[in-house]
Design a protein around this ligand. Structure first.
Ligand code: AMP
Ligand code: MN
Ligand code: MN
Ligand code: MN
Length: 276
């Protein structure tokens, strides 16, 4: 059985490995089919595809789009997208501009909490200056010695209710699904078990996503606990959605899951790649 890993990040967004090294690492880890899914960005895909051809691993063009739904941030992965589609490119560019605007406000908020220089500091950690995110701020705060690791920075500074958190209105669920479909791709609700919403709201999200034509939800992901895997497999069946898998790998040694690890789907799932 080939190993699929359909969610990970490079330096084009908030990962730490350049696309070509990410692909090489996936190959070493035994991944056969890899989707690179950078946040709101597709610029890493060309270099990833070239390295994948050299190594004989299959590269899927992916992206992870930030949306706002029900007042909360949710992530929608697009798989097998045409990265030249103007509708998709325009939408992603708007989200990236939103990230730049939010970064200014985050730096102001952190300055108010006594942390100066966060804007320049975060951008130093962003290889792609056109794509700034909370993880870049987190790495800066760790470097400054404010907090011991990235996970703790999020908990203490960067989530709702904490001093560096800034609400942002991303694209809508409908827009993200439309952009992905216009670009010929499949829409996947990313790590559904990670959102802090109750069961009823989560059900509304899955139903609306399905009604908008969304194809799949992530079942086996680095963001799910072991008992969430069968739970979301059951939701996928109930809502008539396909099942996807992805490590959500960002960086060696930052605490996330390694590429290609523990991504087996329960036997009764229909994989998102069933007809690839
Ligand atoms: P952003 O899209 O810029 O708001 O940042 C979201 C990213 O922050 C996610 O893709 C993760 O890489 C990272 N992240 C979110 N929450 C946490 C957390 N609790 N610990 C570590 N990283 C996190
Ligand atoms: Mn990320
Ligand atoms: Mn995500
Ligand atoms: Mn991700």
């Amino acid at each position: 059985m080939p190993v699929f890993d359909l969610h990970c990040h490079s330096t084009a967004s908030d990962g730490v490995l350049p696309p070509e090294l990410l692909v090489a690492r996936a190959h070493e880890q035994g991944v056969d089919v890899l989707a690179l899914t950078d946040h709101d960005e597709t610029s890493g895909l060309a270099a990833a595809a070239e390295r994948a051809r050299e190594l004989g691993i299959e590269l899927v063009n992916g992206v992870e789009i930030s949306i706002t739904w029900g007042g909360q941030t949710v992530h929608i992965v697009g798989l097998r997208v045409d990265t030249r589609h103007p509708g998709l490119l325009g939408g992603l560019a708007a989200n990236r501009q939103g990230r730049a605007d939010r970064a200014l406000l985050m730096a102001e908020a952190l300055a108010g909490a006594g942390i100066d220089g966060a804007l320049e500091g975060a951008y130093r950690f962003a290889s792609n200056k056109g794509l700034i995110g909370r993880t870049h701020f987190a790495r800066f705060l760790v470097e400054e010695g404010h907090v011991k690791d990235v996970k703790t920075v999020f908990k203490k500074y960067l989530v709702k209710g904490k001093p560096g958190f800034v609400h942002h209105e991303w694209a809508s669920l409908q827009q993200a699904v439309e952009w992905i479909h216009a670009a010929g791709g499949l829409a996947v609700l990313a790590h559904p078990g990670r959102y802090s919403m109750g069961k009823e709201k989560l059900r509304l999200l899955m139903a609306e996503f399905r009604d908008l034509g969304g194809e799949a939800i992530e079942v086996a992901t680095g963001s799910h606990t072991p008992d969430q895997v069968p739970l979301f497999a059951a939701y996928a069946r109930e809502y008539g959605l396909l099942a996807s898998v992805g490590s959500d790998f960002h960086a060696p040694g930052e605490g996330g899951r390694e590429l290609g690890r523990r991504l087996e789907l329960p036997a009764d799932c229909r994989p998102v790649w069933h007809n690839w």
